[in-house]
Design a protein around this ligand. Sequence first.
Ligand SMILES: *Cc1c(COP(=O)(O)O)cnc(C)c1O
Length: 393
Amino acid sequence: MTGRHHLYIPGPTNVPDRLLRAMHRAQEDHRSASFPTLTRSILSRLPAVVGSTTATPFVFPASGSAMWEAALVNSVNPGARLLAVRFGQFSHLFIQTARSLGYTVDVIEVPWGEGAHPELIEAALRADTSHEIQGVLLVHNETATGVTSDVGAVRTAMDRAQHPALLFVDGVSSIASLDFQMDAWRVDCAITGSQKGFMLPAGLGILYCSDRVVNSLESITTPRAYFDLRPMLANNRQGYFPSTPALTLLWGLDEALTMLLDEGMSNVVARHARLAEGVRQAVHAWGLSLCATEPRWYSNTVSALVVPDGADARRVIELAAARWNLALGSGLTQLAGRVFRIGHMGDVNELMLAGALAGTEMALLDAGIAVTPGSGVAAAATSWRATMPASAV
Ligand SMILES: *Cc1c(COP(=O)(O)O)cnc(C)c1O
């Protein structure tokens, strides 16, 4: 097909040309005297992305899922009991990872389309009077359903229950796109990867740990090898890595940090909110509904659209790819066929999303779903024009 491919899945996201250029260079000696400059530039700036001045960041050649494991094995002892909320495929996989590692997980089941209800977490923690539960696992932004939970409210619930459990937050599809306040929310482990808000190819797992986690690394007895944070920390302090870092991605990450911090995290967050609202206006104009059941759960990085009864979301995705060179996200497991997803995360702007919405609109019509041609694009345009930031001329 001629022209650009339109990638609007919720990760990997579009890699801006500036980052492609930053990564387009020859390999170098990662043990050289000058290498620590790059390591320090990255590690010193990563915390600002999650609203932290105190977190210790770790970067592994891995993906986001690997950081579920890295977080757990470095902070909870074998056989520990954990509490988790399940409301979509990613929260499910986080729980599965913890169970595969031998931890016991108490699960609060929530209908897919809702998020973490702080009062349910508070009740579960209050019931644990002997403080057996050592950690709470929370997916900040459930990418499968387009649902964002209120991490600050979960922290408040934990405090109200006066429970000392650690707080683990999967921020894979929120960090670097949605508001994330690691210090204010007292998150102990924040987990992400390179291919979503950081606008890079997949290949880096990024983990942020609180002082509480870093200070207890020596006392944890869970077996760990590649993901042992101790050699990583020792090497990072000298500006190096224990094994070969993913150099290409590190150059990209360094430049991505410059892009994000130059824009300013609050502006990044506001941009995602504003663009997402336009997408939601389009969904409304089409007469479709979101998987997220209430506005308080709406995600500003991904929208999961429910197709009308009798329609097949898989067909919309197939036709969007075959006819319009547009990649939309599929419905995962129990949502397959019912839902398709539009990613609006990372390096996006109004006209990119207008293209995605135009293609979606055509694919919906192609799949026999009656929407008014142009209605979604018009609704989004109206929303974006009405919410233009004052700083724009
Ligand atoms: C994408 C995603 C993951 C998985 O990350 P990988 O980099 O694919 O391993 C985990 N959690 C959430 C919420 C995600 O969106």
